[in-house]
Structures are given as structure tokens and as C-alpha cells.
Design a protein. Structure first.
Ligand SMILES: N[C@@H](CCC(=O)N[C@@H](CS)C(=O)NCC(=O)O)C(=O)O
Length: 301
């Protein structure tokens, strides 16, 4: 099996979800510390311009977005599953809720309360890329804090019966996605015990899973690794799709983000988009995205 390489940074909530997933599966991995703001030339050499965090690399296969990354980890190392019984795959739907509708309220309840936690360059970058400007974001904070509290009360009631994890006895993706939001507000001084004793105990149980065994790599090492590897292949375009294999396409996220990744379509299903692209430093790579949450358009010529 290729090395597992995670491109991330310490503070990133979505990056933390994947660190915990690697920890749960007991995997050994390489850690590339990516910049918090753009440009991210080493990451873009692999992804073709997607600069969100996290990105997981296995050789010359590059997985963008926690949705796609968790699928790749489940496929390569099924046990222990990120979707334990009795909830099974429904855990992904909870994780999606935590990373979408409850996420911006979490950012409001954390960065909004402590806007100087990050430098002016951070606000400039997020304003330029995602329209998250400090001067318009800060007035929205009281509303976001109440929304955060609304989500937190749902988490509290879900854990109120003293269950060990959201799905019952075993931890999974849903726990990690909820945990990272509570971790993010802890940066602004809100402790897990401020929610409820059950939340505090659950938080400690998730934290104890840890991140597995990892070693630091530079961006250059990751790119060389891609260069020396070949994409695993085996992707195909499903019957009945409005796109065909070999077509040039562009992929953007459906949330504000100027990055547009152009490549040759090699795989398409209702769950995944896979593009082939050749980079002058990384060689041929296959870049994988979840189907949900992306906009794909044909590129002429
Ligand atoms: N839907 C994506 C969201 C990823 C995301 O927005 N990550 C944040 C960091 S936690 C990010 O990339 N922020 C901009 C940046 O780091 O440049 C996922 O699930 O991976």
C-alpha cells in the first residue's frame, strides 16, 4: 500500500476529523503542514488548485474533502469502521450536518468571539476567497452564536442518556465531526463541561482516540512520492451519466471558492468525481472529489 499522506494544519476542524479517523483505524501516516492561507503551491501541484484542508494523498491518488477522504479510508482499511452499527452509514449524514449547517455558527462562536486569534492576513484571505470579510462577519456573530447554541442543544440531548458515542458503544465519523466544532469553540474559551457533564465525558472519550502514529513530511517529499507513484486506476464513468470518460471538465465547490480544477474525467458515480491531470512536479495524478457539494462543467477544447 502507498504511504498515507495528510495535508492539513493543526487548527483545522475538518483536518482534525481526518486525524481522528486515522487514529481510530490505527494507521501510520505522513503529516504535511499546509499553509493556513493561500497560495499553497505544494498542495496545488497535487490537487490542481483545490486549496481547502484536508487533502489526503495515497501515492498519486489525491482525495479532496472529508467526504471523499473518509470513503477512501473505509475502502483501504475497513476495520474499525467509521460507520459503526447500529447507526451504520447514517453517521455520514450526521457528520455532514456538523460540517455544513452547524459549521458557520461554530466559526461565529469561535473566531467571532476572539477575532484577533488569527492575523489580519487570515481575514484578508478568507474575504478574498470565500467572501468572509471581518467587517461583515463580526456583526453577524450574535446570530451565529445563537445558532451554535441551537446545534449544541441537539448534541447535548443526543448524548444526554449517557451513551459512550453518538451511535452507541463505538466511535465514528459522526462523533469526530461534532467533536471538532466543540473543539473549535474551546479556542474561544468555551469548555466542553460548559455544555453538559455528558458532553464533557464524550469529548474526553473522543480525544483519547488520538491521531495514530505519524511522521512529518515536507510538501516536496509528498510531491516526489506522487511523482514516483501511479494512480491506482479502476475508475469508470457510470452508465447514464451526462458526461463521458476522457472529457475535459472543471470542478468547483458549490460554496464560495474561486478554485476551479480542470482535468480529464476518468471516473464518475453518484458519490465521486475523479479527474486525471498531469502536473510538472507531481506527474500524473488522479484527483478525487465527492459528487455532492461540487459543480462540474464541461471545458471546451
Ligand atoms: N467540505 C470540506 C470543507 C473543508 C474546509 O472548508 N476546510 C477549511 C479548514 S477547516 C478550509 O479549507 N479553509 C480554507 C483554507 O484552509 O485555506 C471538507 O469536508 O473537507
Amino acid at each position: 500500500m502507498s504511504e498515507i499522506v495528510l495535508h492539513h494544519y493543526e487548527m483545522s476542524p475538518f483536518g482534525t476529523v481526518i486525524r481522528l479517523a486515522l487514529g481510530l483505524k490505527g494507521l501510520s501516516w505522513k503529516s504535511v503542514d499546509a499553509p493556513v492561507i493561500s497560495p499553497k503551491p505544494d498542495l496545488s501541484a497535487l490537487t490542481g488548485g483545490y486549496e481547502r484542508i484536508p487533502v489526503l494523498q495515497m501515492g498519486a491518488d489525491i482525495y479532496c474533502d472529508t467526504d471523499c477522504i473518509t470513503e477512501a479510508l473505509e475502502a483501504c482499511c475497513p476495520q474499525p469502521s467509521l460507520y459503526p452499527d447500529p447507526m451504520g452509514p447514517a453517521g455520514k449524514i450526521i457528520a455532514h450536518w456538523a460540517g455544513s449547517v452547524w459549521f458557520m455558527p461554530t466559526v461565529g462562536a469561535s473566531l467571532g468571539v476572539n477575532p484577533d486569534m488569527l492575523p489580519a492576513e487570515f481575514w484578508e484571505d478568507r474575504g478574498k476567497r470565500f467572501g468572509m470579510r471581518r467587517e461583515t462577519f463580526l456583526p453577524a456573530v450574535p446570530h451565529l452564536q445563537s445558532q451554535f447554541a441551537g446545534g449544541a442543544s441537539m448534541v447535548m440531548s443526543a448524548l444526554d442518556d449517557g451513551r459512550a458515542f453518538i451511535a452507541g458503544d463505538a466511535p465514528g465519523h459522526a462523533d469526530f465531526a461534532l467533536y471538532v466544532n466543540i473543539r473549535f469553540v474551546s479556542f474561544a474559551g468555551v469548555a466542553p463541561a460548559d455544555f453538559s457533564p455528558q458532553v464533557a465525558a464524550w469529548y474526553e472519550r473522543v480525544e483519547a482516540i488520538g491521531y495514530g502514529d505519524f511522521e512529518d513530511w515536507t510538501g516536496d517529499q509528498a510531491i516526489e512520492h506522487a511523482q514516483r507513484s501511479e494512480p491506482v486506476g479502476g475508475c469508470s464513468v457510470a452508465e447514464g451519466e451526462a458526461f463521458s470518460a476522457g472529457q475535459r471538465v472543471s470542478v468547483t465547490t458549490d460554496s464560495p471558492d474561486p478554485a476551479a480544477i480542470v482535468g480529464t474525467l476518468v471516473g464518475l458515480s453518484d458519490r465521486r468525481i475523479s479527474l486525471s491531470r498531469v502536473d510538472e512536479r507531481a506527474g500524473e495524478v488522479h484527483v478525487h472529489f465527492p459528487r455532492l457539494g461540487q459543480i462540474m462543467t464541461p471545458v471546451d477544447g
